[in-house]
Design a binder for this molecule. Structure first.
Ligand SMILES: Nc1ncnc2c1ncn2[C@@H]1O[C@H](COP(=O)(O)OP(=O)(O)O)[C@@H](O)[C@H]1O
Ligand SMILES: [Mg+2]
Length: 255
């Protein structure tokens, strides 16, 4: 186990009272890829911000067992958008991830350039983020997050703003990066298919207040490519997750 969320609850009161999370408990294993899936507004981002230490829980705690001198896991976050420093070039953005690890300046740039070339961005080293497509920006952001070498990588719908085709490529690339650089990942999505493709496990959330309704092991073989949808277990898992969140999604569109 690398960390455990024990009975986390969070109430916002600014000034309206919103019970965003209630009694959320789960444990995460070292290098596990955990997907959290749930409808919009169920508390996914709130949970991630608590794990990142950006928001104190109203009740409960996070217990970390990754090393002795750290109360909380060191985390790196990848958001849906705007994760890069707009004033830094692509290579400097990635090199920044290495700086936090104390890699000397000279090595940082060449290492960053090396990693960027491996994901096909070798031609964009001195470009600025505004010159890149959304997909390229997310590749840079994900690379940087991996290179900061956090205990836990937190991803909040990182491909949510991308078109469907780009998303497929990015999912494959993320899985390759994760295979080559094993890391504990908490990945948030509202896309059930994406959760099954990526995760070792899916935590299914429902909202008002946000709770974990199911903890499903995804025992499908890797590497998972597009043909994984033909696996007989895929449909079964999809149905299982959909049944949990369907009524809430329906309420959301009819309210
Ligand atoms: N800073 C905040 N202040 C007050 N309410 C908030 C705040 N952030 C989120 N909420 C509320 O908490 C609930 C969960 O939000 P969020 O974690 O963003 O959901 P999700 O990421 O699953 O869409 C929602 O009802 C939202 O309106
Ligand atoms: Mg969110």
């Amino acid at each position: 186990m690398i960390f455990a969320c024990n009975d986390l609850s969070l109430v916002f009161s600014n000034p309206r009272t919103t019970e965003a999370l209630a009694n959320v408990s789960f444990t995460v294993e070292q290098n596990e890829f955990v997907c959290i899936v749930g409808p919009s507004g169920c508390g996914k981002t709130t949970l991630l911000r608590i794990i990142a230490g950006l928001l104190p829980p109203s009740r409960g705690e996070i217990v970390f067992s990754g090393n002795d001198d750290c109360q909380r896991p060191a985390t790196a976050m990848v958001f849906q958008q705007q994760g890069l420093f707009p004033w830094m070039t692509v290579v400097d953005n990635v090199a920044f991830g290495l700086e936090t690890r104390g890699v000397p300046k000279k090595e940082r740039t060449s290492l960053a350039a090396d990693f960027l070339s491996r994901v096909g961005l070798g031609g964009f080293l001195s470009a600025f983020p505004y010159e890149l497509s959304g997909g390229m920006r997310q590749r840079v952001a994900i690379l940087r997050a991996f290179l900061t070498d956090p205990h836990v990588l937190l991803m909040d719908e990182p491909f949510g703003a991308l078109d469907a085709q780009t998303r497929i490529l990015m999912q494959q690339e993320l899985l390759t990066t994760w295979r080559d650089n094993p890391k504990t990942v908490i990945y948030i999505t509202h896309d059930i298919e994406e959760a099954i493709l990526l995760g070792d496990r899916i935590l299914v959330m429902s909202g008002r207040p946000g709770t974990i309704q199911a903890d499903i092991l995804i025992d499908l073989p890797r590497p998972r490519t597009l043909s994984f949808r033909q696996h007989p277990q895929f449909d079964a898992i999809y149905q299982q997750v959909w049944q949990i969140i369907e009524s809430e999604v329906r309420e959301g569109i009819t309210r």
